[in-house]
Structures are given as C-alpha cells and as structure tokens.
Ligand binder design. Structure first.
Ligand SMILES: NC(=O)C1=CN([C@@H]2O[C@H](COP(=O)(O)OP(=O)(O)OC[C@H]3O[C@@H](n4cnc5c(N)ncnc54)[C@H](O)[C@@H]3O)[C@@H](O)[C@H]2O)C=CC1
Ligand SMILES: O=C([O-])CC(=O)C(=O)O
Length: 328
C-alpha cells in the first residue's frame, strides 16, 4: 500500500537554493522513493517573487514526478506552515562580496521570529525544521525561541555543507574516496570560526589524522579553506553557493528522517549542555540519527587545540545570540 503524503514547507522557494532543492525533494531524494510529498512553498508577497514562484511550479508540474502529491504557493507563513511535517527555512537575504554572515543578522532576524511564531501555531507538533538562511545557527535559535509550544530539539541549523566541504578537502589531501570517510564532524557556528575536526575520522578503519599527519596543514590550510569556502564561492560566482547548499539540505533532512545507519553526520542542534556548550545554543555537533531522532555523539576527548577552537566559535555564537535577545 502506498504511503500517505507528508507536507514539506520550503521558504524562499523562488530563490537560487530553492531552484536547486525543490526538484530533488519532489523526486524522492530527501524522504525516500516511496514517500509522496505535498510541497507548501512560501515566497514574499511581492509580484516579482510570486511570479517567479509560479514559474517554478510550472516546471515542477512539467516534471510529472510520481511522488509529488500536491503543490501550494503561499505568501503567508500561517498558510505555508499549516500542518507541515518538514520545514526548510531557506528564504532570507544572502550575503554579497565583503560581507560576513553575521552582517545579515539584523536583516534576517525578523523573518525567523515571524516564521517561528507561525510554526508554533500551525505546524505539525512533530515538525522537523532545518534553517538554511544565514546566519543559520542564530536564525534557528530565533525560530526555536519564537515557538515555545514546539519541542526545541525539532529546530536545527545547516552545518552539513561544512561537513561535506571538509570531507572533500580531506579526500583530496589524503587520496581516498570522499564517500569512504567516517566519523568526521564540524563543531560550532556556520561561519569562518567553525571547527572542522578530523581527529576521529577513519577510512576503512584507518585514522585520517595519521594518514595526513600534518598539524600545520590542519591549522593553516584545511581549517581556513573549509571556513572560508562560502566566501570563495561568492568571489568566484558572484553569488553564494546554491546547488551545494541544496544538496547539503537534502543530506541533512534525509539522514534525520531516514537514519544515518550508525554513521556520524553533522547537524546544528540546540545543546543540552553537551561538551560544555550552554543549554539552548544551536551548535554544530557530531550526531547519529535513527527513527527520526538525532543523538549527539558523547564521550569524545577534546584536546587543548580543539577546546580553543570550540571556545572561539561558541563565543561568536553567544555574541550573536545575545545580540538578538531584544527580539525574543
Ligand atoms: N547554511 C548554509 O550552509 C547556507 C546558507 N545560505 C543562505 O541561504 C539563504 C538563501 O540563499 P539563496 O537561495 O541563494 O538566496 P536568494 O536571494 O536567491 O533567494 C532567497 C529567496 O528568499 C525569498 N525570501 C526572502 N524573505 C523571505 C521570507 N520572509 N519568506 C519567504 N521567502 C523569503 C526571496 O524573495 C528570495 O526569492 C541566504 O541567507 C544564504 O546566505 C546559502 C548557502 C549555504
Ligand atoms: O557563504 C555564504 O554566504 C553562503 C553560505 O553560507 C555558504 O556557502 O556556506
């Protein structure tokens, strides 16, 4: 018997990430090839954006996806989030050359307050929320705080692009296949302060740290390359990353919904005090996922270098989250 359709809300649906994301959700790459979906798409109440959204919907129709059980276009989050099971909060202003993601805080904070409130009122009580719009960790924090009737653990931020970037850099350096790396993680904020950590990473049971054995490369090449990859893409393309961001959003939601089969993945999730991160801070952690729930990997040793990096990314996040207190 075929499964009942689930509702997937996507904001910023006519934007560049939206365009790389919706077709993959509709084809079953996110929730499985047996899971019908109803897309509930949100764009701003502006003629140009709504027209662009109409065009995207025409293209979705023209793909004749068998799993696409319905498409709705909205300009009001109270309608877009009605009964939604999954919410991908992508819609926000992206940064341009010379900006840091934190520069977007003021511009984007109000969006996530309003959307958090709407999710609180109308979404499924089990809604799984992924915040992609930058600054992603703090926007997820804002949405979570604006939705007090929903479980805090249901609000997550996207660190998966950083995780995937780290995997790819390591594979190029050490000469293994990117899909073979296990136990990699990225701690902290989706910003240049993030700490991509391969101390525990393995390929076929062998330590990636031992394979590379070069702390200077870690500190002076690897971490800056991963941390500043978003800016490098903006410099090259004139636009921020879109296809790789959409791909990471699919990876994040797929693993959360369908399980990571025991493997570590990175998710930005509200802390419960793990690794000394104060409760409620939305922080990148290594997690495993099963039955629609994630679990932070515990008991990892944090050496002095790692602690310094974790403290720095935490301090930045605390600064961002203090800066939006007046909105919450
Ligand atoms: N967490 C991550 O790893 C990444 C995050 N991003 C962020 O994702 C966001 C979207 O990026 P793009 O798609 O490239 O931008 P874009 O400008 O192409 O699209 C954004 C869309 O969101 C819409 N929008 C704005 N406010 C909205 C609201 N209140 N409700 C619904 N829709 C709204 C806009 O009309 C626009 O169509 C940006 O904040 C960008 O910085 C981008 C790449 C990676
Ligand atoms: O860098 C940006 O502004 C977009 C983004 O978050 C990324 O590519 O990691």
């Amino acid at each position: 018997m075929s499964k009942k359709p689930v509702r997937v809300a996507v904001t910023g649906a006519a934007g560049q990430i939206g365009y790389a994301l919706l077709f993959r959700i509709a084809s079953g790459e996110m929730l499985g090839k047996d899971q019908p979906v109803i897309l509930q798409l949100l764009e701003i109440p502006d003629e140009k954006a709504q027209n662009a959204l109409k065009g995207v919907i025409m293209e979705l129709e023209d793909c004749a996806f068998p799993l696409l059980a319905g498409i709705e276009a909205h300009s009001d989050p109270m309608q877009a989030f009605k009964d939604t099971d999954y919410a991908l909060l992508v819609g926000a202003r992206p940064r341009g050359p010379g900006m840091e993601r934190a520069d977007l805080l003021a511009a984007n904070a109000q969006i996530f307050t309003a959307q958090g409130k709407a999710l609180n009122q109308v979404a499924s009580r089990n809604v799984k929320v992924l915040v992609v719009g930058n600054p992603a960790n703090t926007n997820a924090y804002i949405a979570m705080k604006s939705a007090p009737d929903l479980p805090a653990k249901n609000f997550t931020a996207m660190l998966r692009l950083d995780h995937n970037r780290a995997a790819s850099q390591l594979a190029a350096k050490a000469g293994f296949k990117v899909g073979d790396v296990r136990k990699l993680t990225v701690w902290g904020n989706h910003s240049p302060t993030m700490y991509a950590d391969y101390r525990f990473a393995t390929v076929d049971g062998k330590s990636v740290k031992d394979m590379i054995d070069d702390q200077a490369w870690n500190k002076d090449v690897f971490l800056p390359t991963v941390g500043k990859r978003g800016a490098a893409i903006i410099a090259a393309r004139g636009l921020s990353s879109a296809a790789s961001a959409a791909n990471a959003a699919i990876d994040h939601m797929r693993d959360w919904a369908l399980g990571s089969q025991g493997e570590w993945v990175t998710m930005g999730v509200p802390s419960n005090g793990e690794y000394g991160i104060p409760k409620g801070i939305v922080f990148g952690f290594p997690v495993t996922t099963e039955n629609g729930e994630y679990k932070i990997v515990d008991g990892l040793e944090i050496d002095a270098f790692s602690q310094e990096r974790i403290d720095a990314t935490l301090a930045e996040l605390q600064g961002e989250q203090d800066g939006v207190k007046h909105l919450l």
